[in-house]
Design a protein around this ligand. Sequence first.
Ligand SMILES: [Zn+2]
Length: 288
Amino acid sequence: MTAREWLQKAKKEKFAIGAFNVGNLETFKAIVLASANKKSPIIIETSPGETDWLGEDNIVDLAKNYSQDYGVPILVNLDHAGSLAECILAIEAGFDLIHFDGSKLPLEENIKIAKEVVELAHQKGILVEGEMDHIAGSSEIHQGSAETAIKNIPMTDPENAAQFVTETGINILAVFVGNAHGIFSEGGENLDLDRLQNIARTTNCYLSLHGGSGVPEDQVKEAIKYGIVKVNINTEMRQAFKKELTEVLANNPDEIAMYKLEQPVVESIQKVVEIKIEEFGSGGKIYG
Ligand SMILES: [Zn+2]
């Protein structure tokens, strides 16, 4: 099934596909094992930094190999690309989805580049995600509460969003409705679900939720009911990676075989992904 068909299915059946960031092979493997175990479609995604680290051709080939080996559908997404050049690299490498994030640019420039990305991507059947209102934070642990951090940032306006989608031709809109990247030490991430519902009504395109880490589970589930079909997860996997690796290294001072040290790290990340798959309702969807 193509990315378009998977998103259609998700929208119709009211589940979301997890988009999990990979920064190394172990994370990639952990996500694939979770997908196979839960029989869930998955989106593997890399930021421009992660893409550069792993290599765009390697990412596409790894996805293809793992997909065949484990019999699971894997879509590949470029996450938060900030330039046309980064998008072109991924389009040429054969990614399934491209997220062009022009939210820090003046709106006109954002629209202009998004249109160019859409034109190039659609020629190859690749779907494009756009972002108009910058989603605050980064994939790390922040001190304080999300509420305080984002209180002065305007959220996505349903009418403006509809215009943005029409003008650019994007397939997916990354909404800002109280979500923020990363995890906040005092919590406080609350979604404006009425606003989300209105955006779903006015835009009639697929919607994604960034900063999925740290949003309370019941709110994520509600958001999926209101039209979110893709939820991005990064921080919680990074946390699991570092915590487990630190412990393994401390507990096994004489072990130097990397793959043996990495086994519990993979298991630890896999657990995080499996919990998210349950939350998103995508388990079992491979078979119907
Ligand atoms: Zn994001």
